[in-house]
Design a protein around this ligand. Sequence first.
Ligand code: PEP
Ligand code: MN
Length: 337
Amino acid sequence: MIVVMNPGAKEEEVKKITDKLERMGYGVHLSTGENRTVIGVIGQRREEAAQAMEAMPEVEKVVFITRPFKLAGREFHPNDTVINIGNVSIGGPNLVIMAGPCAIENEEQLMQAAEGIKAGGASILRAGAFKPRTSPYSFQGLEKEGLEFLKEVRAKTGLLIVTEVMDQFTVEQVADCADILQVGARNMQNYFLLRELGKIRKPVLLKRGLSATIEEWLMAAEYILSGGNYEVILCERGIRTFEPYTRNTLDLSAVPLAKQLSHLPVIVDPSHGTGLSGLVPAMSKAALAAGADGLMIEVHPNPQEALSDGPQSLTPEQFQELTKDLKGVALSVGKLI
Ligand code: PEP
Ligand code: MN
């Protein structure tokens, strides 16, 4: 349920209401708009809470939320969430580009990739130190050593870092070097991990699970939000279908739909979405046209030698070409690049 405060309600009036709700045993989450504060109320016995709130003169109305995702939905938070990290903002008018290799292989490879993506206008470097591979015999990532390389490259280039965290035990370690923590598709419903990420105060990039419905994806976001971490970025990365020519089927209808249902920023990963570098430029443009707030693209200095996901990785030159081409699409959909 949400409690809508009177227009222009003062801070102390809001506090009076949240204190009362907390005394009654409810969880409260605030959404502060330009002239309206909305309080998300989480807990059982909602009729009782509604009656108590309707009796308060500071409250304009009480609305029951019908969707199962309460905090991720637009009813609670009508305006877009914009996540600011340094001078990069995600979910606002600027298109944000995250790019880099699938995995950190060594310091030189990471640095070359970072320089290449920076020259192409990316502001965030993606690269995995912990790799969730389908086969236990495939390269699993450099783990701690990889995180150290990320720190160095971050300091040298000024790029922000997004990197995957695979379990609840390494959240602190990854948060120490990452500006954004990535939850991989295979972990979208790892609820212990999601709960731990709800406790930190750093943005989380939540990839859609391989076979997850939009509602399951938003419910996964809800786990993080309900812990009090309101900075979640949704990432569409393709879903499993019967089509074998592509690695996954990039569900671009998920972009406008997730944006209708939720206030959270939505980005698209056309690399995992297709598995083929030759399809990445077209699907990047399509994602932007569909309303994506950003892109995550795999870029490797030498895709043929990549230890993971070479076939879907662009070279730095191809990436730079693509970002030039994106400008026209960005202009036509009112995004800045
Ligand atoms: C990745 O970003 O390298 C990755 C493993 O992605 P996903 O979880 O979408 O497969
Ligand atoms: Mn990858």
